[in-house]
Design a protein around this ligand. Structure first.
Ligand SMILES: *[C@@H]1O[C@H](CO)[C@@H](O)[C@H](O)[C@H]1NC(C)=O
Ligand SMILES: *[C@@H]1O[C@H](CO)[C@@H](O)[C@H](O)[C@H]1NC(C)=O
Length: 369
């Protein structure tokens, strides 16, 4: 009898696991399944349940690729449709997930008229009050106006509601960000691999990257450990860093790496346990992603007070070099930090910001000197 019970429990566990969302586009996450014409007034969606799998509130428009707005033609990053969130409008969807796991949401967004648009990402249920992410939508990184963003969170239930909200208050209700391609990815808690004191030092674990998006994904500024879509790492700065994959960029090692796209305003950090007075070596690759980001680059790596500046001549054709910072720890916790000393712009006249690439960061203690 006991055995039977165990089998049943195991079966349920497998069954549940199969049902909970792990990786990929959410159901109708690209908004290709459209509302019925009777549920719309012009481009505005009037029935809250008109967009399959989503519930809307406020002024939400259903946008077709190629649609005109004044002189501007609206382009959609994926497929034929996207949505636009007016002031204080939001969309939400329910997803079955695995309780206790970390997840990251990825989505594409573009601003339309205002200079300074923001999106508010939140998940419920959530035990922490006021725990939402305000993501600046700046569209200064990709050439076609769209960027992909991500946000991380810990799941506290077997079913969650994901809400994307435009907190803006513009004069024109039709001025609001466009949203497309909403995906989710589950993570295991980051571990330190053998021979490296850092978690996720090679950046292989990170947010979902859309197979068809060639512009990478922005990891927003002011990201703490508990909300990091890049497990183990924090973004301790005013501007985003860019997460890139080897399908669309050249990366020094493995499949993923980080591009420091906003000069001294985008810093990547991890805090690691150290023993005071012990000597450590921080190894890392500095390179470029073969994305026409040319010029003399300088990456500043620091471990608390110790700093090394690594120069790298980029011809924009891909390449990398190994760099090292040897330091003596001064406290039980050392802050390892990377930033680009200079600002760079692509040489293809796109006006897109770019920068040096960091990969395969390893921290080891030095036994004898
Ligand atoms: C962000 O969205 C959540 C959920 O819709 C809402 O409760 C919260 O007030 C919003 N925050 C801001 C600053 O708009
Ligand atoms: C990705 O692009 C290819 C070729 O353009 C296309 O056939 C495919 O349907 C696209 N996939 C998605 C998920 O959009």
């Amino acid at each position: 009898m006991k055995k039977m019970k165990l089998v049943v429990v195991l079966l349920c566990a497998t069954f549940y696991f199969a049902l909970s969302f792990k990786d990929g586009l959410l159901p109708n996450g690209n908004f290709e399944n459209s509302p019925k014409p009777s549920q719309m007034k012009g481009t505005r969606v009037i029935d809250p349940h008109a967009i399959p799998n989503w519930e809307i509130s406020g002024f939400v428009e259903y946008i077709k690729s190629g649609q005109k707005q004044g002189d501007m033609m609206l382009v959609v990053p994926e497929g034929a449709s996207a949505i636009r969130l007016g002031d204080e409008a939001s969309i939400k969807t329910k997803v079955k997930v695995t309780n206790g796991m970390f997840y990251s949401i990825s989505f594409s967004a573009a601003r339309t008229c205002a200079q300074d648009e923001k999106l508010n990402i939140s998940v419920s249920p959530n035990r922490e009050p006021k725990d939402w992410g305000i993501l600046p939508i700046q569209t200064m990184y990709s050439s076609d106006g769209w960027d992909t963003y991500c946000w991380g969170f810990l799941v506290e239930s077997n079913e969650i509601e994901i809400i994307i909200h435009n907190p803006g208050k513009e004069k024109d209700p039709a001025c609001g960000p466009l949203i497309d391609s909403v995906a989710l990815k589950a993570f295991n808690p980051p571990k330190r691999p053998r021979g490296n004191m850092l978690k996720n030092g090679n950046f292989e674990e990170g947010p979902y990257i859309f197979p068809n998006s060639s512009w990478g994904i922005l990891i927003p500024p002011n990201i703490e450990d508990d909300h990091s879509p890049l497990p183990g790492w924090m973004i301790e700065s005013l501007k985003a860093v860019k997460y890139i994959d080897s399908d669309h960029f050249t990366v020094p090692e493995g499949k993923r790496a980080v591009e420091l796209v906003a000069g001294r305003e985008s810093a990547l950090t991890q805090i690691v346990k150290t023993v005071p007075d012990k000597t450590y070596d921080l190894f890392f690759f500095v390179g470029d992603t073969k994305n026409s980001c040319e010029g003399s680059m300088l990456v500043e790596a620091s471990a608390d007070r110790d700093i090394v500046q690594v120069s790298y001549e980029s011809k924009g054709k891909g390449g990398f070099k190994l760099a090292k910072l040897r330091f003596k720890a001064i406290s039980p916790r050392t802050r390892v930090r990377f930033l680009s000393s200079f600002y760079h712009m692509k040489s293809d006249n796109s006006g897109s910001m770019c920068g040096p690439v960091i990969d395969d960061v390893r921290l080891v203690s030095v036994r004898r000197i």
